[in-house]
Design a binder for this molecule. Sequence first.
Ligand SMILES: O=C([O-])CC(=O)C(=O)O
Ligand SMILES: [Mg+2]
Length: 420
Amino acid sequence: MSKQPVTREEALEYHQYPRAGKLAIETTTELKTQEDLSKAYTPGVAFPCLEIEENPENAYKYTAKRNLVAVITNGTAVLGLGNIGALAAKPVMEGKSVLFKKFSAIDSFDIEVDEENPEKFIDVCKAIAPTFGGINLEDIKSPECFEIEKRLIEELDIPVMHDDQHGTAIITSAGVINACDILGKKLEELKVVVVGAGAAAISCSRMYKAIGIKNIIMIDSKGVCHDGRDDLNKFKKEFSVKEPMTKMDAFREADMVLGLSRPGTFTQEHIAVMADEPIVFTLANPTPELFPDEILAIRDKALVGTGRSDFNNQVNNVIGFPFIFRGALDVKAKKINMAMKKAAAYAIADLAKKPVTDDIKAIFGDHITYSKEYIIPKPFDKRLIVEISSAVAKAAVESGVAREKNYDHEAYREQLSKMI
Ligand SMILES: O=C([O-])CC(=O)C(=O)O
Ligand SMILES: [Mg+2]
């Protein structure tokens, strides 16, 4: 049984009115008089141009670069919809831009690049990079996404993050840390089945290892990734198990399944053979691998999370990218590194343990407390920006990737608390 709280008609209407799309551009300076015009445009505009020519750092002072992120895709792996192309990906990218603006006051352009060739795509990103303070890569298929991100990180001096990899890894790490805490399971003893072997799956599995999980079995569209297979790319090989086994074997007594694939890749029969109080994250978007009611019908003690806004435990990268970039931009970080990602994951996990604020209770009801039904903060929690962005900024400063030399943690937290 599937729940469809948002209808197609409602969603289409939302996108069509009051005007087509979800974004517009606004100006930040006055432009009323002839004098304003002379400052904003020629001749006055030449002065900041020359300042920047002399010292590129001045772009952070005289242009919108400092608070501007590009949301870039080529449309090759959009949500769980697959390769729907650059143009059809535009609503998702506009959506990400809206989230940047609403949740962390970051301006962004959505950029849909009709180019599947990784080298050419990298060239496009590098060529437009001067405009931006950061680049959020989105919905680019694997394995190409790994090389694209790696090269851009190496070759650009602004933070570049492929959100489907690291955003998802950070959030699901926070989720699994808290799920284990609540269920009394230990990360080191957890048996985890990862269904899907794309960008998010690989990145989550890497981060799970970094937080102490040892037993991971990865399943792609052909079955369990094991050493006897000759069709695995080097990323899947990182997680291949020694001996062949069936999907059902993989699920037997597993403590957790992380679904990052598409609807129907595992079923109630698989959930039925999992360990006591299984952790089930069905994160395919928009339609999960299995719906929560289908999971709970067969295992009423399961701890369930989806990627969607309409169920408990929304394990979605919206909790991460707006705040991670906020912290990175504010200390003019050159990169987003593992120290910053881990800091974000623990900040998210810790926030869920604190009592929720009245405005969250007003939306979701008084019952919202740290429990199986609430392991991850809600996207509308105003404390997210303070906790995550400050944790990321501090980690950037401490790990030596920040350009900002006078970072004051308490003052920054204070500033963040007034931002949204
Ligand atoms: O857009 C979302 O809800 C999460 C995401 O990045 C994806 O599914 O690709
Ligand atoms: Mg995505």
